[in-house]
Design a binder for this molecule. Structure first.
Ligand code: G3P
Length: 217
């Protein structure tokens, strides 16, 4: 499973990159605003800065909600850097934009996906990634992980190559559950990734090994 970090925070992106497990970055306008990155030029520059830190794909979101605007913005984003993947919302014109970008060889991430039908449409339109938001489904007492398994089944039935990018990950257990049901990628905060690392028995075991080693010295 590929690991993406879902943040616009440069320090956290660097931390994850230095851990050696990072395959890419996703951002959205809310995450940019959280870091105080506002205004078109600052946002575009921030995307390039992120691309210069990581080796993998970096999702950059269009703001327009009409086809012409999405195409204009998406082409400009794709021109910024070869690692950029254009993030397009799952709306009517978004589906048309996914198809347009697929035909032009521009890679896309279809975002704000909450149902198997939306995921099927994204794959039909040729999206590179589809982003089901599992945490936000859990927030409203729907089963986010179940959605991932439904999309996995549908894509496998027909051999769709669209990668399932489980988004809105909130904690380590979401990552484990996504891995169990076959998500291709997960994107989450650094805290969720670091949650995989910790176990008290590891710390206790290491302390004992070191203490025993030191007895002989
Ligand atoms: O990748 C989508 C993500 O940014 C949304 O996460 O935690 O705001 O639901 P969250």
């Amino acid at each position: 499973m590929k690991f993406f970090i879902d943040t616009a925070n440069i320090d956290q992106i660097r931390d994850a990159q230095e851990l050696g497990i990072l395959d890419g970055v996703t951002t959205n306008p809310s995450l940019m605003a959280k870091e105080g990155i506002t205004g078109k030029n600052n946002i575009l520059k921030h995307y390039v800065d992120i691309c210069n830190i990581v080796d993998g794909d970096v999702s950059a979101e269009v703001i327009a909600t009409d086809l012409a605007g999405m195409i204009r913005e998406g082409e400009a984003l794709a021109d910024l850097h070869e690692q950029i993947v254009v993030k397009v919302p799952m709306i009517r014109d978004g589906v048309k934009a996914l198809k347009y970008f697929a035909d032009k060889g521009i890679r896309t991430n279809c975002t704000l996906v909450f149902s198997p039908g939306q995921a099927l449409l994204a794959a039909k339109a040729g999206a590179t990634y589809v982003s089901p938001f599992i945490g936000r489904l859990d927030d409203v007492s729907s089963d986010g992980i179940h959605l991932i398994s439904e999309i996995r089944l549908i894509y496998d039935n027909y051999g769709y190559e669209t990668e399932i990018l489980a988004a809105s990950i909130r904690h380590a257990m979401h990552i484990i559950d996504c891995a169990k049901v076959g998500a291709d990628v997960m994107t989450g905060p650094l805290s969720a990734i670091e949650g995989l690392l910790k176990h008290p028995l590891t710390d206790i075991g290491l302390e004992k090994f070191l203490a025993d080693y030191n007895k002989g010295n």
